[in-house]
Design a protein around this ligand. Sequence first.
Ligand SMILES: [Zn+2]
Length: 226
Amino acid sequence: MINISRKEKEPLCLAKEKEKEKKGFKKNGDYNCEEVKEKLKKDFLNKCYICEQKKNTDFQAEHFKPHQNKNIDWKFDWNNLFLACSYCNQKKGNRYNTDENNQILDCTNKKHDVGNWIKYEKQNYPKSDFKITALKDDKIVHNTVKFLNEIYNGNKNKKENTENLNDLVSGELRKLYKLIDKFFKGDKKIKKIKKRLSIKSKFCAFKRQIIKDNSIFRKEFEKYFD
Ligand SMILES: [Zn+2]
């Protein structure tokens, strides 16, 4: 998870669809239309805000605060719509942000420092589960950590398969390690490293963690965090 700053203006279709539903012209107004998704993709840098995957075909407009077909304002509220992949959208369901005990961090809220309040670890050799831990002792941080562990590691009781996600993150980390290795051997392809650490890149939180955890890496590469 990384912090996102929202810039796009509310798509006009949202108010229209809300009105249609309100007046009973339509049973379910469409909040998930192309215009909404296109604008969300721009603001959310083409990434699922939960898992940081870049799966263009699979994106959905996710309700940060679930509307549960009861709250029409939340259903069509532009600032309540986030870009998520179908896997994360389904996993989140109605389990978070319904009352004060199950709040998770809002990556679009500048006061929620999602990059520094949470530690994102993934060991490649030997291949391991993901380890997401809280760096701030706060209920909302703990809830988010619990949720992210579920996302990346799956529910072991349900035997959910997250092998694919595990491989995708491992592959991305391997590429970064390779570039860093080359850098210290004299092949200073800083442009490529910069790209891999960019906020726009997939699984950025995990890659930046590698840099933050090593004082030599930090000295060389932290300045490229955009
Ligand atoms: Zn996702």
